[in-house]
Design a protein around this ligand. Structure first.
Ligand code: SF4
Length: 312
């Protein structure tokens, strides 16, 4: 019996290219895992939904969505950030947001997945596929551990980002957009300005996260963009001034397409310690304001009044 194969599906170009090539090359995949932080772009959620019939037609498993949890319920990174009055850890130069909301939910699911348990009982390892491509071979640093053999087929197939995009187009399916949280601190000023224009509600939610974290900002951290604030981007958009200049932080967030290189030892720093939490606004976690409660709002009042002339 061959070991089970599970794909960490990030919802972006690389992981869709793996699916397309898996079909073309006859690579078997047993499970496709998507870790939903609760803050993906609406286009990503729609893409996932529309991908399902294609998967079914080609004999691939449906996408299994896993989420972060707290006190037995689903828990989003946005809730977590608002509750702790902290921005996603990427804003502070760390990666524990992806550990807590992407890697750990997938680990938890795989640990209780029967084919994985059976393989481990037989002394075998589960094959974990990640979508690093041939343009970024240095990221494929994990080869195996006690439970997994890590596989990077795009590197083996010598497919860089461009080849991935071509493979998807050749398969006749739409290219996915960038897959990341809409409030990701890795977003550049131009991307934030684009979000403000295309999704003012999401931009407002990002501003709300930034405002909530204002009391805990220190040193070079100026806002949700790490070294620039989203508020400054909003003001630039309104006055048509130049966008803030931002020093480059990492080019990507480290968790696109199922990346696992986030430093696990950082996780407790942001996600495991609740020393700095703000008081719970309501009786139980089930009653906390969920991300969906923010949908359709424009965030802080000044945004609605000042920046977009009441655009909702
Ligand atoms: S996309 Fe950005 S904000 Fe979301 S988990 Fe990854 S690093 Fe954190």
């Amino acid at each position: 019996m061959s070991p089970p194969i599970v794909l960490s599906f990030g919802g972006g170009t690389n992981s869709v290219a793996i699916l397309v090539e898996a079909v073309r090359r006859g690579l078997h995949i047993d499970a496709i895992l998507f870790a939903d932080t609760g803050g993906e772009m609406p286009e990503t959620y729609r893409y996932l939904w529309e991908l399902q019939p294609w998967l079914e037609r080609h004999g691939l498993p449906s996408v299994t969505v896993v989420r972060g949890s707290f006190r037995g319920g689903d828990y989003t990174l946005e809730e977590h950030s608002l509750r702790l009055q902290r921005m996603p850890s990427k804003a502070y130069g760390r990666k524990s947001c992806s550990v807590r909301f992407k890697i750990q939910p997938q680990d938890k699911w795989r640990n209780s997945w029967a084919p994985a348990q059976e393989a481990w009982a037989r002394g075998e390892k589960v094959v974990s596929i990640t979508g690093y491509d041939a343009d970024e071979p240095w990221r494929a640093k994990h080869k195996e551990d006690d439970k997994y053999t890590y596989s990077y087929p795009l590197i083996d197939w010598r497919m860089g980002r461009e080849e991935c995009a071509h493979a998807i187009m050749r398969a006749g399916i739409a290219l996915p957009g960038k897959s990341a949280c809409f409030y990701c601190p890795s977003s550049r000023p131009a991307e934030v300005a684009k979000l403000a224009a295309s999704h003012p509600d999401l931009f407002g939610r990002g501003l709300a996260m930034e405002e909530a974290a204002a009391p805990t900002m220190r040193g070079a951290v100026r806002g949700l963009g790490s070294n620039f604030s989203w508020r400054s981007v909003g003001e630039s958009v309104r006055t048509q001034a130049a966008l803030p200049i931002a020093r480059d932080i990492d080019d990507d967030c480290g968790c696109y397409d199922g990346a696992r290189d986030a430093d696990r030892i950082l996780a407790p720093d942001y996600c495991g310690s609740f020393k700095s939490i703000v008081p719970l606004p309501r009786e139980s976690s089930a009653d906390w304001p969920l991300a969906r409660d923010w949908a359709g709002t424009t965030g802080p009042g000044w945004l609605q009044d000042d920046l977009f002339g009441g655009v909702a």
